[in-house]
Design a protein around this ligand. Structure first.
Ligand SMILES: *Cc1c(COP(=O)(O)O)cnc(C)c1O
Length: 227
């Protein structure tokens, strides 16, 4: 193959992930369209990302604002259909850049961040889809709202800061079975009337789809290992 070949390329990892998502949806009796694949391109350069775009993938996830800002504006200019999701922790002082660049933010987890986001959403008149991150394993090193604080936090985000929160996100502890963490996240979303669930990564997305994930965040299964 040369670079002058047709732009309709295939990426083996992407094709395999799509097939697996389709199978998980069938097994769960869910519509394929109810699950959005967020291709996590963190650490990978534009040369690795462009073939994935050419293969028809338009939703991408990055975990750092600075890296995304350095990498994505030229790609978005070239492919205007791209939707970029922030899946990693966000500092309040980067809320401005995040609101400008991302169409969804999966990591809302502090009142100070709610305040900063609310201000930028009004100022820039841009409304990224917002997810609150739940620290389902109560891991001290991990970001996110504790499960027992989730209802109060969601009420504060809505009533005090005027934010529309659309869903919840979680990252289960590495060493535990993910199912109970996905189920807990789904339960908190349901009782708060939230319809979106960002859960499932390369190793566990089929389980996440079984338990209601609407957004699966998949990196290494598409792009290969990170160094
Ligand atoms: C890196 C990352 C992913 C993707 O992980 P893979 O195991 O490579 O699929 C998903 N979610 C978050 C928050 C990440 O930081």
């Amino acid at each position: 193959m040369t670079t002058t070949d047709s732009p309709k390329t295939t990426v083996p990892g992407l094709a395999a992930v799509r097939a697996e998502i389709a199978r998980a949806c069938r097994d769960a009796g869910r519509e394929l369209a109810s699950v959005t694949l967020v291709a996590v391109s963190k650490t990978f350069p534009p040369e690795a990302i462009e073939p994935v775009i050419a293969a028809g993938q338009h939703v991408f996830g990055e975990n750092r604002v600075q890296e995304a800002k350095a990498k994505w504006p030229p790609l978005i200019a070239k492919y205007p259909a791209i939707a970029l999701h922030l899946i990693g922790p966000l500092q309040s002082n980067k809320a401005k850049e995040a609101v400008a660049l991302f169409t969804a933010i999966h990591s809302v987890d502090r009142a100070s961040l709610c305040e900063a986001l609310a201000k930028e959403i009004v100022k820039q008149n841009r409304r990224p889809t917002l997810f609150v991150e739940i620290n389902t394993g109560a891991e001290p090193q991990k970001a996110g709202v504790l499960p027992q604080d989730a209802d109060a936090f969601l009420a504060t985000a809505r009533d005090k800061y005027g934010l529309t929160i659309s869903g919840l996100m979680c990252i289960p502890p590495l060493e535990e079975a993910p199912g109970p963490h996905f189920a807990l996240t789904a339960k908190i979303a349901k009782r708060n009337g939230l319809t979106l669930l960002s859960m499932g990564m390369s190793a566990d997305f089929a389980t996440a789809i079984q338990l209601g994930a609407t957004h699966v965040r998949i990196g290494s299964a598409i792009f290969g290992g990170r160094h």
